[in-house]
Design a protein around this ligand. Structure first.
Ligand code: ATP
Length: 283
């Protein structure tokens, strides 16, 4: 199917172990999405409808996409990814057609998760909408969600960092009626995320992840990932002068590569938390 991701992408897919610092948000997603997809019989027995739509909201780079992928992967559900801004087709009716197609493919491949990233861009508040296109897309999305039957085993996950910018009609019962906050991690959360992003790295003995977590106030998951990558690159730059790039690199040099605390400190001078970056751009 067109919107399903290539097999290679899915094979390397994320698990709950790849997500740090989100506390009970992961448990909430599991209860609202994984449980009904895996065990619809529990909901049938209780006579209640499982949620059709769940809204993840929080600042950029906090792990909303990561979490949606993880729950799909762990549930062995097919994952359909719709990037809000991208689905806006130019030809008349194209965007609605794409939405219908995704819902159709999701139904045929159930259990399925349809993930709509930046949902505020396709479903902004209707009074704010200037374009006819957006109005039609919201209407189409509402129709498709209203048409979902519990037995179809499809959950739609929407992600946004501007919850208040979303058309209220989408948040009514039977649509995106559950909301989960995906927040900026605290120190303990940052420690967890750092552990995840450094677990494949050769770390030197002087590494103090607690200290790094303490001094990275305002960093979200994506920032911490970038920080770890930059620190690793710095460790590489330290040994580069001793290497002749035209020749093979001796295995002992590769073996000796290790990322130390100073690599993190120098990387920190270049990596700004994204929240702060936004403030600086606005200023
Ligand atoms: P956006 O709103 O910009 O789409 P998002 O909340 O969906 O952001 P992701 O795309 O999930 O954020 O995160 C980007 C990358 O940052 C992830 O692939 C991962 O490497 C890292 N990351 C973000 N959050 C976390 C987290 N909680 N734990 C571990 N890594 C994280």
């Amino acid at each position: 199917p067109q919107f399903e991701e290539p097999k290679e992408a899915r094979r390397a897919d994320v698990t709950y172990d790849d997500i740090g610092g989100l506390g009970n948000s992961v448990d909430q997603v599991r209860e609202m999405v994984e449980l009904p997809l895996r065990h619809p019989e529990l909901f049938q027995r209780l006579g209640i409808d499982p949620p059709k739509g769940v809204l993840l909201h929080g600042p950029p780079g906090t792990g909303k996409t990561l979490l949606a992928r993880a729950v799909a992967n762990e549930t062995e559900a097919h994952f359909f990814h719709i990037a809000g801004p991208e689905i806006m087709g130019s030809r008349y009716g194209e965007s609605e057609e794409r939405l219908r197609q995704v819902f159709h493919e999701a139904a045929q491949n159930a259990p399925s998760i349809i993930f709509i990233d930046e949902i505020d861009s396709i479903a902004p508040k209707r009074e704010q909408v200037t374009g006819e296109v957006e109005r039609r897309i919201v209407a189409q999305l509402l129709t498709l969600m209203d048409g979902l039957e519990p037995r179809q085993n499809i959950v739609v996950i929407g992600a946004t960092n501007r919850r208040d910018a979303i058309d209220e009609a989408l948040r009514r019962p039977g649509r995106f009626d559950r909301e989960i906050v995906i927040g900026v991690p605290d120190q303990k959360g940052r420690r967890e995320v750092l552990a995840i992003h450094t677990r494949g790295m050769p770390l030197s003995d002087d590494i103090d992840l607690d200290e790094i977590a303490r001094t990275t106030y305002g960093f979200v998951g994506a920032d911490l990932g970038a920080l770890a990558r930059e620190a690793a690159m710095d460790s590489l730059r330290r040994v580069l002068p001793d290497i002749n790039l035209r020749e093979g690199i001796p295995p002992e040099v590769i073996e000796k590569l290790s990322v130390c605390q100073d690599d993190f400190l120098s990387a920190m001078k270049r990596i700004q938390p994204s929240a702060l970056r936004e403030i600086m751009i606005q200023a």
